[in-house]
Design a protein around this ligand. Structure first.
Ligand SMILES: [Cu+2]
Length: 193
């Protein structure tokens, strides 16, 4: 009897040791949590994000010109504004020397009154300043001024008008709107070739 108790105790002890051993071998959920990689947010590669295109207010810079008379012996050129911005829709116009030129200025602005004048190179701001003295009654243009080769009258929003002149000798001239405050941004080159 005592022997059997010793055997039972030995078996019980073995089972307990086995149980302890097994429990230590079992995967510990807490242990896996501590050995798991830190719960990090994937880094965003911001250099891969598209860069927004810069918003530009620059006007398109097309060119129109003619070296041959369109019809009736005159060159017909058309120009407009860049919406309601104080800009023409053309950066450059051209015509051949000696030709009769008719520039039709269609002022499609909803708000602004403009004019169009071709002037000697480098004089667009001085002409506009002298146009202030001449006043609105003279279309904001100096009267009988040799720097002004041709010009339209003042043209209200939605209206159009023309300037007629003979293209001068070859060279680069300027065109400008002399309405007060417009000449800093509303101008371009008129190339006579
Ligand atoms: Cu203007």
């Amino acid at each position: 009897m005592r022997r059997s108790i010793v055997i039972l105790f030995a078996i019980f002890s073995a089972v307990m040791l086995l149980a302890i051993a097994c429990s230590s071998d079992e995967a510990d959920p807490n242990a896996t949590a501590t050995t798991a990689p830190p719960n990090t947010v994937p880094a965003v590669d911001r250099t891969a994000e598209p860069t927004p295109a810069p918003t530009s207010t620059a006007a398109p810079v097309p060119t129109i010109g003619a070296t041959e008379p369109s019809s009736g012996g005159a060159v017909n050129l058309a120009i407009d504004v860049n919406g309601d911005a104080l800009q023409f829709n053309l950066a450059t116009m051209s015509a051949a020397a000696g030709l009769d030129v008719v520039v039709t200025f269609n002022n499609s602005s909803a708000f602004n009154t403009h004019n169009w004048a071709i002037v000697e190179a480098g004089t667009k701001d001085a002409v506009a300043t002298d146009g202030l003295t001449a006043g609105q009654g003279n279309d904001w243009l100096p009267v009988d001024d040799s720097r002004v080769i041709g010009a339209t009258a003042l043209i209200g929003p939605g209206a159009s008008g023309t300037a007629t002149f003979t293209a001068p000798s070859a060279g680069t001239y300027q065109f400008v709107c002399t309405f007060p405050g417009h000449n800093p941004t509303m101008f371009g080159d008129f190339i006579v070739n």
